[in-house]
Design a protein around this ligand. Structure first.
Ligand code: BGC
Length: 715
């Protein structure tokens, strides 16, 4: 689209108060169509005659704005009358508000105006057109939103209806070159949860429990006198004594401060979001009623495609927690967590969770947009920032984190079968490999660089977040793996990949020479899963032994955990993989379930046995990374897998591996060909398999292989 409008900003400085722009539309005749095209430097909410335009919350979303700034197009034909007034309120959002990494540069941020740009195209019944463009005929005033940003929440004064509108100022120099049409999924409201219970804590706090940790905001209705306040704080958990606990939010205030007008009133914030399960009513008018508070979940509007269910209610809760972890952290960009002063697009977290994510939901558009931002933020030397969109001051790239550049597009291709993603990302994928080649001390290994290592691995030395797996081992293993994926991606595109094939062979040789023994669980896992070990059997046996000797418990962190169960089950130790999955003592997936988790925790021991917490500096209860175990349940326990030569489930490999400790398990996956279903049930000590496939499939049951057409099968 060609932009004719100009960016505008208020001509007076409203400070922290969020401006509301106004334009009287003055429609001259009968309309046959009307479109609003708009975006903002911040997050905006547009309304016509008081009615919200569209359902995209926190538009325009978060992208690498300087290169890619999305605008949205709304059909407003049915909203308009001759005297309609458009109003647009603009919050700081990700564009202007404080963000980790930007915190030290707040003055620079504060100088960015809360600008908008919009074009309204009217088509009259007689076929004529009119364009209404943002310019100095638009006006701006203070809105009742006295403050809003991503981390701290919102301050709203319902009495503050300011009719002093000032003309807007045109920003002649502001570019429109970076404006792109909406590419990702819009963020919308989803589940509306009523309180599970309301209670007073031992400290005397009024608390509402919504029963589910989520990302979103709280809507409420109160009957109040003007000037009374509703002040709400958010928390994910209670402490061991049952008191409200939000020390793990660090500096994120995550507060709603609402000043009432007279009478019965409804309110919900819309220019911020919170990660929470509990709210504390710090102030509330008397006569309040818990049922008048609703938690509303916000996330990218992806279609749910995958479902897991089995005979063990603890595992079912884990499956739900994985899905809620994704909902909570797929708010326009894949974030590490939604509550503390971080909420960033950490590449490593997205990389490890990507496959599970594409089973659970149709995340194609979501990842296409984010990967385009990744490529946009990538340096010419191939450097991939730790977070995308990039906002961190340091220019560093870590193994397993920066490798999102290669692993995520490959996964999106496998799941959805569209070569477009590979076409769009192939340069970025190759650049990643080039970067490694340019930042290593050994030619065919990645050595001597700084990385996050096996982040949060339980074999970390005292005082460190990094597990004891060797950094050079992880980096070189990923170098091999991502190079192998570039070869596969290139072949899928019909490109000449001989250079990468040769490179891969050299890395493999160098790796085997440099790392002939494996020390940690994670080293075993990577050597197996990335096909680096020459003779896998003894390595798999050794890994299984380490785990058994450790009481069927893992020690892995962000790098080892996603592939741990695969490395075992691919190599004859599915029973040990199940032992880990079914373990409910610390450290394990079910430990958090036993402790009442409703989302995935950042730490295996976010809450310790005695009820105390991991230190407040880094203890999220909504970090999807370890939810990556979901893909093992879909792909191995239920056995639904992609076939590289026929991606997108054009052909399916269905290779379930049951375990008698569960009496049944079922996975369903909606693909563009129809729904794949794989269920097994133990009947008199033998597994009975029911399989539905909408595409031709290779079904592997034990040591027998069946090539079948689409249909339903029982074994
Ligand atoms: C984030 C992680 C992230 C890490 C990098 C943390 O603060 O929350 O999930 O991957 O930093 O090591």
């Amino acid at each position: 689209m060609k932009w004719q409008a100009k960016w505008i900003r208020p001509s007076v400085d409203f400070g922290k108060v969020n401006p509301v722009y106004r334009k009287k539309l003055n429609i001259k005749g009968k309309l046959s169509g009307a479109e609003l095209v708009i975006t903002a430097m911040g997050v905006y909410e547009a309304a016509i005659d008081g009615k919200r335009v569209g359902d995209f919350i926190l538009a325009p979303g978060w992208t690498s704005y300087s290169k890619r700034h999305q605008y949205q197009t709304y059909d407003i034909t049915d909203m308009l009358s001759n005297t309609s007034v458009l109003e647009v309120t603009v919050g700081e959002g990700w564009y202007r508000g404080r963000l980790a990494g930007w915190i030290k540069r707040e003055n620079e941020r504060a100088s960015i105006p809360p600008a908008i740009i919009a074009q309204i195209e009217l088509t009259y019944a007689d076929g004529s057109h009119e364009l209404i463009l943002t310019d100095k005929t638009w006006e701006a005033a203070e809105s009742p939103v006295l403050f809003s940003n991503i981390y701290d929440g919102e301050v709203y004064d319902a009495r503050h209806v300011d009719n002093t509108f000032y003309p807007a100022a045109e920003m002649a120099d502001a570019t429109t070159d970076n404006l792109i049409p909406q590419q990702g999924e819009k963020v919308t409201e989803h589940e509306h949860l009523k309180p599970l219970r309301a209670f007073v804590t031992p400290k005397g706090e009024k608390v509402i429990d919504f029963g589910q940790n989520l990302t979103g905001y709280v809507a409420f209705t109160v009957n109040a006198k003007a000037g009374e306040r509703v002040v709400i704080s958010c928390a994910e958990t209670l402490d061991a004594d049952g008191n409200f606990y939000n020390a793990n939010y660090r500096s994120a205030k995550s507060k709603i401060e609402y000043t009432c007008k007279d009478g019965v009133q409804f309110h919900k914030p819309s220019l911020t979001f919170f990660g929470f399960r509990y709210i504390r009513l710090d102030e509330v008018p008397s006569g309040w009623n818990a049922d008048d508070f609703t938690a509303i979940a916000l996330y990218s509007d992806m279609k749910r495609t995958g479902h897991l269910i089995c005979s063990d209610s603890r595992l079912n809760r884990l499956f739900d927690n994985i899905v809620w972890g994704q909902k909570s952290n797929f708010l326009d960009v894949p974030t590490d967590c939604p509550q503390r002063d971080e909420r960033l697009g950490w590449t490593g977290d997205a990389q490890v969770f990507c496959r599970t994510a594409t089973y659970n939901f149709d995340a194609k558009k979501f990842f296409e947009k984010w990967l385009a931002d990744l490529a946009a933020d990538q340096g010419e030397d191939g450097y991939v920032p730790h977070v995308v969109p990039d906002c961190l001051p340091k220019r560093e790239s870590s193994a397993a984190w920066g490798d999102a550049a290669v692993i995520c597009p490959w996964q999106v291709y496998l799941t959805y079968g569209d070569t477009e993603i590979l076409k769009n990302q192939f340069e970025s994928m190759k650049l990643r490999i080039k970067y490694i080649g340019g930042h290593t001390s050994d030619k065919y290994l990645w050595t001597g660089a700084k990385h996050f290592g096996d982040w949060l691995g339980l074999d970390s030395p005292e005082g460190s977040y990094k597990g004891s797996t060797r950094a050079d081992f992880i980096a070189s293993a990923y170098y091999a793996y991502t190079t192998s994926l570039v070869v596969k991606a290139g072949k899928a595109l019909g490109a000449d990949v001989s250079e990468y094939e040769a490179l891969y062979e050299n890395i493999l040789k160098a790796f085997r020479k440099a790392f002939s023994t494996y020390k940690t669980q994670t080293e075993h896992v990577l050597a197996l899963y990335f096909d680096l070990a020459e003779d896998k059997k003894p390595v798999a046996d050794s890994l299984a032994k380490m785990i058994r000797e450790n009481g069927n418990k893992l020690k892995t962190g962000f790098v080892g955990t996603p592939y741990l169960l695969h490395a075992l089950s691919d190599n004859g130790h599915a029973d040990v993989a199940y032992s880990l999955l079914l373990q409910d003592e610390f450290p394990s997936w079910l430990y958090s379930v036993k402790k009442g988790a409703t989302t995935i925790w950042e730490h295996w021991d976010g809450v310790k046995e005695d009820g105390s917490f991991w230190s407040t500096d880094m203890n999220s209860f909504n970090h999807y990374a370890y939810g990556s175990v979901g893909d093992w349940v879909y792909g191995v326990a239920a056995g639904i897998r992609t076939v590289e030569e026929h991606p997108g489930f054009e052909r399916v490999l269905i290779k379930p591996i049951p375990d008698e400790r569960l009496s049944w398990l079922c996975a369903e996956l909606e693909t563009k060909y129809g729904t794949i279903r794989s269920k097994w049930t133990y009947v008199d000590g033998r597994a009975r398999y029911e399989i539905d496939t909408p595409s031709p499939a290779t079904i592997v049951i034990g040591d027998k292989t069946y090539e079948v057409e689409k249909g339903s099968y029982i074994f």
